[in-house]
Design a binder for this molecule. Structure first.
Ligand code: URA
Length: 198
């Protein structure tokens, strides 16, 4: 079994409401040894249809912010607290978050990234186990106990927040740039030749 397959949940019936509402289980994507792991809340309609996290409008915002720091989506791992789409896109319940927690912990343990980035309130509060004011705390880095491991976590607003409130755009892009720097994965502009070189 490949490392990627090893990180996939192929069959789970722990949450009756989600078994009814999902088309499929949406597993994380990206390298099994990524330095940077982004954790969202739960799949939405497009993610449920395509079987991949963050492929709708929020995904476009995330992809753009990654590109701004020289990263491709394929360079990072992208996953969710809950792997099945909740009905009508409601927030996952605490039971559903509990049921899926072990999968996320195992995924993080296997990948052992330099940094975990929480995208929005639900994953931030879940992984930090406290209430989080995401807009005020965006860009903050904290140590969190996740399963049996201590992990560095950077708090971010959810990319969807930038679609409803343009003022959140800079908060989001700044958090992603800080995450890339802290994880040591930011691409420097090595290809640019200055006029001084001629
Ligand atoms: N929002 C999330 O939190 N996760 C997704 O996969 C898509 C949108």
């Amino acid at each position: 079994m490949s490392q990627m397959e090893d990180l996939c949940v192929t069959d789970c019936e722990r949450c009756p409401a989600l078994v009814d509402s999902r088309s499929r289980i949406v597993n994380g994507v990206g390298p099994g040894d990524a330095d940077l792991v982004f954790v969202g809340e739960a799949p939405g309609a497009q993610e449920d249809e395509r079987g991949e996290p963050f492929v709708g409008r929020s995904g476009d915002v995330l992809n753009d912010a990654l590109r701004d720091v020289g990263l491709a989506r394929a360079d990072v791992r992208i996953t969710n607290c809950v792997r099945c789409r909740p009905p009508e896109n409601r927030n996952p319940t605490s039971d559903e978050l509990d049921n899926c927690e072990g999968y996320l912990q195992t995924e993080l343990d296997r990948i052992d990234p330099e940094l975990v980035v929480t995208l929005g309130k639900v994953p931030s509060e879940r992984l930090l186990d406290r209430s989080v004011a995401v807009t005020e705390e965006a860009g903050d880095v904290v140590d969190a106990r996740i399963g049996d491991s201590s992990r560095r976590v950077l708090i971010s607003v959810h990319p969807a927040a930038t679609l409803y409130d343009r003022s959140q755009r800079e908060t989001f892009t700044d958090a992603i740039a800080r995450a890339a720097d802290l994880a040591g994965v930011r691409e420097t502009d090595g290809g640019q030749t200055s006029l001084g070189d001629y």
